[in-house]
Design a protein. Structure first.
Lengths: 122, 111
């Protein structure tokens, strides 16, 4: 069955870097659009980034553009979120999520990981 | 990008129907049929209820339905059950910049 498991979260100082990984099973990354989402404490869901099924298309939210980078390794079944120049407002639970439809972007996220906590504090 | 507008709270008694609105603009909800709805119980992963305005993933009860009129999308929960008490979020594709925007969330209380 489809599974997504995030790792790499933790406590980091402002200005620091962290790389989140999302290990997927039950499907192939080259067949689906993948997304990163986050939820800050007491706040709502926020879309962070996506990578297309081809791997060549990526998009990042304006709040993280230039600081965060989504990528993947199809052979290793891993999705990544490289987070640089971290700020206190990036503190959140980060989720990786898979699109509902095969190969194209339906903008509906059907499968989610359990989340990884990233805390940015001095 | 500006968030979609959702009412912060909604409520209903068991068995009743509740509709949650999600208001955007012509750049997102109005011109594109890429509206999704999620149910989120605190501490758990969000669950996709509706995508592309009215499509329901396999396993989602038929008492959850989606619709759209102009720049406002709606999620209707019929036959409210206690386990429906959760936070509900809408999202939409934003055509102007090919991004995704979410609503602020609606806390549904089953009385």
């Amino acid at each position: 069955q489809v599974q997504l498991v995030e790792s790499g979260g933790g406590l980091v100082k402002p200005g620091g870097s962290l790389r989140l990984s999302c290990a997927v099973s039950g499907f192939t990354l080259s067949d689906f659009y993948m997304n990163w989402m986050r939820q800050a404490p007491g706040k709502g869901l926020e879309w962070v980034a996506k990578i297309g099924s081809s791997g060549t298309f990526t998009k990042h939210a304006e709040s993280v553009r230039g600081r965060f980078t989504v990528s993947r390794d199809v052979a290793k079944n891993l999705l990544y979120l490289q987070m640089d120049s971290l700020r206190a407002e990036d503190t959140a639970v980060y989720y990786c999520a898979r699109d509902a439809d095969y190969y194209y972007d339906s903008f509906g996220l059907l499968y989610w990981g359990q989340g990884a906590l990233v805390a940015v504090s001095s | 990008q500006s968030a979609l507008a959702q009412p912060p709270a909604a409520s209903g008694s068991p068995g009743q129907s509740v509709t949650i609105s999600c208001t955007g603009t012509r750049n997102d909800v109005g011109d594109y049929n890429y509206v999704s709805w999620y149910q989120h119980h605190p501490g758990k992963a969000p669950k996709l209820l509706i995508y592309e305005v009215k499509k329901r993933p396999s396993g989602v009860p038929t008492r959850f339905s989606g619709s759209k009129s102009g720049t406002t999308a709606s999620l209707t929960v019929s036959g409210l059950q206690a386990e429906d008490e959760a936070d509900y979020y809408c999202s939409s594709f934003v055509g102007r910049n090919n991004l995704v925007v979410f609503g602020g969330g609606t806390k549904l209380t089953v009385l």
